[in-house]
Design a protein around this ligand. Structure first.
Ligand SMILES: Nc1ncnc2c1ncn2[C@@H]1O[C@H](COP(=O)(O)OP(=O)(O)OP(=O)(O)O)[C@@H](O)[C@H]1O
Length: 329
């Protein structure tokens, strides 16, 4: 797998009049990496993806994609494909016709890895379109008009359109938006395969489970600034002390032991809800929770369930972004 830098952003800022959408953002994405962008609404994710796609120009700082400074806005840099705000498609055409039209439009300026080695005849284009539709799971509806497509089907068609260009950098704004679980798995398979062949992928998502499953690294943006960038595992470590839900065979005794355990705070205060009479919520560092588990077991209390109330990745995200999805509005 290649390891060269595909994206290198240094102190990139982007303003729209008075609004600072991106503020001194650094970003490094090597070949073969899936890089997730997360952040509350308005954090600057789409703006950054748009810069990578060449839709706008940076206000200051430097942005290199595939070793070249981005040139004129409006033209996707060679080797880059993707979309923001949903793919641009023609509703009156079928899925196959949409891709064929895009392939014809792109014609000679295919910027991908093997573009110049491909044939340009009708037969080759048809075969590539069919392969792209099959890969995203739209083979069976290839000849249906887009008008009847769901949001998830359109998203998948947008991905197929990007695949046609054989990009070295794929830029996707919430690619799983509107997808059912099977569709999500299919898109994840496609993205994983591409990354395995050295394609760099930068994608935004609001879904922590998706980022954990798919991304090597994530960058968290908050009001245009990077508040975290690094491996997903390192992000989970930023979550600090968590609330844990503990279900035991003897809740009253468990509550008493929890209250007496060093470093553990009983969040429910022993007053358990009628909906979950056996559940307690406790708060503390992992080591203190380990001590609590030891004490419960020694006390002959069965632990039937133990887990964080909010998953660590989500807790880290909330901690880094003021704890609220509304933080950047
Ligand atoms: N073309 C534009 N003109 C003016 N302001 C803009 C423009 N594009 C984005 N902004 C502003 O820049 C900021 C960042 O917006 P952006 O769409 O990049 O956020 P986001 O993280 O993608 O949000 P969301 O999760 O809601 O998609 C917001 O304050 C937004 O209002």
């Amino acid at each position: 797998m290649e390891t060269s830098a595909v994206v290198r952003a240094r102190q990139v800022s982007k303003s729209f009049g008075e609004i600072v959408a991106l503020d001194a953002v650094d970003l490094d994405v090597p070949a073969g990496q899936v890089h997730g962008l997360i952040g509350p609404n308005g954090a600057g994710k789409t703006t950054l993806l748009g810069l990578l796609l060449g839709l706008a120009r940076v206000s200051s700082g430097s942005l290199e994609v595939l070793g070249a400074d981005l040139g004129m806005p409006g033209v996707p840099p060679a080797g880059v494909a993707g979309f923001v705000d949903g793919p641009g498609l023609y509703p009156s055409l079928t899925a196959r016709q949409n891709l064929a039209a895009l392939a014809a439009l792109r014609g000679g300026r295919r910027g991908g890895r093997r573009g110049d080695r491909r044939g340009s005849g009708r037969h080759t284009t048809d075969a590539r379109v069919t392969a792209a539709l099959d890969e995203v799971g739209l083979g069976e509806v290839a000849d249906d008009r887009l008008r009847g497509f769901s949001l998830g089907m359109r998203q998948r068609l947008g991905l197929a359109a990007a695949l046609l260009t054989e990009p070295r950098l794929l830029v996707l704004d919430e690619p799983s938006n509107g997808l059912d679980p099977a569709g999500t798995r299919q898109v994840h398979r496609v993205l994983t395969r591409l990354a395995d062949t050295g394609v760099a992928i930068v994608m935004s998502s609001h879904r922590m489970d998706e980022l954990a499953a798919l991304c090597d690294e994530v960058t968290i943006l908050h009001t245009g600034r990077v508040v975290f960038s690094g491996p997903v595992g390192k992000l989970a470590a930023e979550s600090g002390d968590l609330d844990y839900r503990v279900v035991t065979s003897r809740p009253d005794e468990a509550a008493r032991i929890a209250a007496a355990t060093n470093g553990v705070r009983l969040v429910t205060g022993g007053a358990r809800s009628a909906a979950a009479p056996d559940a307690l919520t406790v708060h503390g560092p992992v080591a203190a929770i380990d001590d609590l588990v030891g004490s419960l077991v020694r006390g002959g209390i069965a632990i039937r369930e133990l887990g964080p109330v909010v998953p660590p990745l989500e807790a880290a995200f909330l901690a880094l972004t003021d704890g609220t999805e509304e933080g950047a509005r």
